[in-house]
Design a protein around this ligand. Structure first.
Ligand code: TPP
Length: 358
């Protein structure tokens, strides 16, 4: 199954704690309590429900271009749940909704962004996340800078920065790794290898035997994990966070997962993703895997599913109602919340724009 992500030579076996049938792999102690696994499952299910809603809102013209998480929920939730939102930071690409929510970003705030309201890009005070980044890999050096700042301030905080296999081919990724290695910055590089950079497959992305294998070249460890296994991802991320917090520097985690939907709402994956690949990945669904695990422990059944699905659907509807009731955006807003003291050129542009509208 993992072979398609790696060139023929010397494949690694990804770390796996939870097998697709929901059983723990031999000798493994679960990295989460049942309560924590249930909590992780809720975040994963909320994300899936939101994805469906967001796709339909986009088709109705109420949402802009949107990238779903579907299929990758364990990678994002397993890693984010290794963080302490009070001191740790999440630096996203654009496919990490549950990590942002777990850090405390309100769902309605996330929705406003996709409704074209500049208020959606304004992160509330005290929520330790950076805004979504569309320019590939630009967030990675920024994350290292943030981690360096936390190191200097001795806050004990760690930064987890998310990006894809495609972004890992950008120069920014390599420069960021180099600097992080030199500084021993408290950062975890979370590479979601979902098989695709839009329509470019992993095997055209790099000759490296696996993408985590690049880390030792920068002086820190790389680990490959089954990205559809929330317990495995949680375990390797917890170890990487502990390492960073102890002052031992960065880790690169490559989570092997699969993008089960389009790249975004503007994409037609039927032109390049084979039905056979999707069929092979369907039984590896990260949400069903945790459900099987919890069912075997007496913590999951159809009654609990119906209750939780109802609660989550209501939560999405509530957030949508709040986002819809938000004040309409105005032209001045796009100049706000970037600088404390805006530079003179920006002030001039703002003045000219408002004058032309008046
Ligand atoms: C600097 C830059 N180049 C190109 C693009 C266009 N683009 C948007 S998403 C994408 C693919 C990204 O793939 P990956 O990093 O693997 O993330 P995924 O979308 O698969 O999660 C590309 C090429 C961009 N946004 N920024």
């Amino acid at each position: 199954m993992f072979a398609q992500f790696m060139p023929d030579r010397d494949p690694v076996t990804p770390v796996q704690h939870l097998a697709p049938d929901g059983t723990l792999t031999d000798g493994v102690v679960a990295s989460m309590s049942d309560e924590e696994a249930l909590d992780a499952l809720r975040w994963m299910m909320l994300t899936r429900i939101f994805d469906t809603k967001a796709m339909s809102l986009q088709r109705q013209g109420r949402f802009g271009t949107f990238s779903q998480v579907t299929g990758q929920e364990a990678t994002i939730v397993g890693s984010a749940s290794a963080l302490d939102p009070a001191i740790d930071w999440v630096v996203p690409q654009y496919r990490e909704l549950p990590a942002l929510l777990r850090q405390g970003l309100p769902l309605e705030q996330f929705m406003l962004y996709f409704m074209g309201n500049p208020a959606g890009g304004q992160i509330p005070e005290g929520v330790n996340v950076l805004p979504i980044q569309i320019s590939l890999a630009a967030q990675i050096p920024q994350a290292v800078g943030l981690a360096w700042g936390l190191q200097l301030q001795q806050t004990g905080g760690v930064v987890v920065v998310y990006f894809g296999d495609g972004a890992s081919s950008e120069g920014d990724f390599h420069e960021a790794c180099n600097l992080a290695g030199v500084l021993k910055a408290p950062v975890v590089f979370m590479l979601s290898n979902n098989g695709w950079a839009i329509s470019t497959p992993r095997h055209k992305q790099s000759r490296a035997k696996n993408l985590a294998a690049r880390a030792p070249g920068y002086g820190f460890p790389g680990v490959v994990v089954d990205g559809n296994d929330v317990l495995g991802v949680h375990s390797v991320t917890s170890a990487a966070v502990a390492r960073a917090r102890a002052g031992d520097g960065p880790t690169l985690i490559e989570a092997i997962t699969y993008r089960m939907g389009p790249h975004n709402t503007a994409d037609d994956p039927t032109r390049y993703v084979s039905e056979g690949d999707l069929a092979a990945w369907r039984p590896l669904d990260p949400i069903e895997r945790v459900q099987r695990y919890l069912a075997a422990r007496g913590r999951w059944d159809d009654t609990i599913r119906a209750r939780i699905e109802g609660e989550l659907a209501r939560e999405v509807d509530r957030a949508l109602a709040v986002a819809r009731a938000a004040p309409a955006p105005n032209a001045a807003q796009i100049f706000e919340h970037v600088y404390v003291d805006p530079p003179a050129t920006l002030c001039r542009q703002r003045g000219a724009r408002l004058e032309s509208l008046a």
